[in-house]
Design a protein around this ligand. Structure first.
Ligand code: ATP
Ligand code: MG
Length: 415
């Protein structure tokens, strides 16, 4: 089939085409790792990795538009029908003196390439042309049994790369699999020691943990295996009895704030949601400014709802309820107090009838036009007028201007 414009192949078909071309050139080539696992579990993979015995130069010759990822590792990005497929030469990893990167990479055969992978469920190949699964590590049986098992000797594999401890937890939580006993023992015996793993990599792993799959089980496992202390340091709660009330029960739908919501839930469970701890977690996980701002917003609105909602007037409730993070806050409240969440929700429904965040009747220019003096007090008058609008006290622009003039004449804008 041709890849004519307007007739773009699916990601999978584009990846199959890469395998086909390598095989036609006389090479062994398979899908490898996560994409094979995901398909066998019935999920459509988000990306496809191809493993092959073709050396990087041969891969380059077989395709137009290849790019190297990390020169020395010989991984190539191949463009295929508008998609990008990662193609890597079978390799065996050398020793890991920094607990993170193999000291050298040796191009090798498919057996070694499967053996260097972390868990059996991640060590499978698929030949999509022959329609075969190639399993050198017992991955299929573990997939069927729902087991996360280190390939080879667990102690040695985690010693090579400490990040694999977090990966084990992430996959266990995501697929609701059990971590096999020897693998779990190897993790807990060195948990809390993420030596050689940069804060960026830990942060990245937590992001993936929080965004796909259930975060309650993921964070609970992280706590139980004493990895919580690595992130929260001295403010982490006791690992033998982690409180996960918010984490266990709160599972908002995927959204742009899902990661921050998970972090908020965790801090609330630790009873450490104050500004110091937000900053600490921001530094430890190398959160972006945007992520820090969202985490702050969630925890501030959550705190204000807790402190003010029951006594608050219409305007305050409307302002809170129209905050971008209100939905997440409501889910966090529901996790520990379903009844209260339901009563908040029903009040929001009532308030929505008159509009939670209607367009303001007045802007700064209207006040100036009405003869009110420019200055910092304008904002205060606008806020008060908007509050009155939210309370339902103002019908139209005229009554809004009347109120603004009245406030100005009473010196409301002044210090
Ligand atoms: P995800 O769906 O989260 O991307 P994945 O299994 O595809 O899961 P990747 O990080 O994309 O994870 O890695 C692709 C493959 O590379 C894995 O399936 C695994 O075989 C191998 N791999 C990745 N990271 C490691 C690691 N730290 N140690 C050993 N093998 C690894
Ligand atoms: Mg992947």
């Amino acid at each position: 089939m041709s890849g004519a414009a307007g007739n773009q192949l699916s990601l999978r078909d584009a990846a199959i085409d890469v395998v086909r071309r390598l095989q036609e050139a006389g090479h062994t080539a398979y899908f490898a790792g996560g994409c094979v696992r995901d398909r066998l579990l019935g999920h459509e993979p988000e990306d496809y990795d191809v493993a092959t015995d073709a050396l990087p130069d041969a891969i380059k010759r077989s395709f137009k538009g290849t790019r190297r990822v990390g020169e020395s590792f010989g991984v190539m990005l191949v463009r295929s029908h508008g998609h990008v497929i990662e193609v890597a030469t079978f390799r065996a990893d050398g020793t890991y003196s920094d607990h993170r990167h193999p000291d050298e990479v040796i191009f090798s055969n498919e057996h070694d390439d499967a053996a260097r992978r972390d868990f059996t469920i991640n060590g499978l190949y698929e030949d999509p042309i022959a329609g075969l699964i190639i399993d050198h590590v017992g991955g299929q049986a573990d997939l069927e049994a729902g087991v996360i098992r280190a390939i080879g000797t667990p102690d040695a594999r985690f010693e090579e790369d400490h990040l694999r401890m977090l990966r084990a937890i992430r996959f266990a939580a995501r697929f609701q699999f059990e971590i096999e006993t020897d693998t779990a023992v190897a993790i807990s015996s060195r948990a809390g020691n993420l030596q050689g793993v940069s804060a960026e990599r830990i942060g990245q792993e937590f992001r993936r943990m929080a965004t796909n799959g259930l975060w309650g089980p993921a964070m609970r496992l992280a706590s139980e295996l004493q990895l919580a202390g690595v992130i929260l340091g001295e403010v982490a709660g006791p690992s033998d009895w982690p409180r996960c009330d918010h984490l266990d029960s709160c599972d908002p739908p995927p959204s742009s704030t899902r990661f921050e919501a998970a972090m908020a839930a965790w801090l609330l469970d630790q009873g450490e949601a104050g500004e110091d701890c937000r900053e600490l977690i921001g530094d430890r996980l190398v959160l972006s400014n945007q992520e820090r701002a969202r985490l702050d917003a969630i925890l501030s609105v959550h705190e204000r709802v807790g402190a003010e909602w029951e006594e608050a007037g219409v305007a305050t409730c409307k302002r809170l309820a129209s905050s971008a993070v209100f939905g997440v806050c409501l889910e966090l409240i529901r996790a520990v107090d379903g009844q209260w969440a339901a009563s908040i929700e029903s009040r929001v429904e009532d308030l929505s009838v008159s509009g939670l965040s209607p367009d303001p009747l007045l802007g700064g220019a209207d006040l100036l036009e009405a003869g009110i003096e420019a200055g910092p007090g304008l904002g205060r008058i606008l806020d008060a007028v908007y509050d009155a609008q939210l309370e339902g006290e103002l019908e139209d622009r005229e009554s809004a201007i009347e109120l603004a003039l009245d406030l100005a004449s009473r010196g409301f804008a002044g210090g």
